[in-house]
Design a protein around this ligand. Structure first.
Ligand code: NI
Length: 138
């Protein structure tokens, strides 16, 4: 258990009311926990901006019939294998594949890789989500 330090912050009344309302809607039962999560999110954004190690999931849908795409995806993943944790592939329907690529590494390298994959012809849509490795301050 980490030591908790109490701190006070000043906020405009309307802003605090709005925050409390939003936090309650999200399921928070106490303000401190909601604020802690915001601070954690701030820290993760900092990790991403400072090119620290993070984990990433790239979710994408692509055209199953696009020539050479599956091969290109696999080649890309082999070339960058130290970053690759796992890949899940679902055949969505006759024409479409859903793939989730799980990666770990420095944020910039992951973002560049995701951009490279998403720009391949035949990829219809995708999105990268970066989050903490769980190491460091919680
Ligand atoms: Ni498929």
């Amino acid at each position: 258990m980490k030591t908790l330090i109490r701190t006070g912050i000043s906020l405009e009344k309307d802003l605090l009311r709005r925050f409390d309302h939003a936090a309650r809607k999200k399921g928070y039962t106490n303000r401190s926990e909601a604020i802690r999560d915001l601070v954690r999110d701030f820290a993760v954004r900092e990790d991403i901006r400072e090119d620290r190690p993070v984990v990433g999931t790239l979710t994408m849908v692509y055209n199953h019939h696009q020539r050479d795409l599956a091969g290109r995806l696999i080649d890309t993943q082999h070339r960058t294998h130290p970053m690759m944790l796992a890949t899940t592939h679902v055949h969505l329907d006759h024409d479409n594949c859903l793939e989730v690529v799980l990666m770990k590494g420095r944020s910039r390298a992951i973002q560049e890789l995701a951009d490279r994959i998403l720009s391949l012809r035949g990829v219809k849509h995708g999105r990268l989500v970066l989050t903490t490795t769980g190491q460091g301050p919680k």
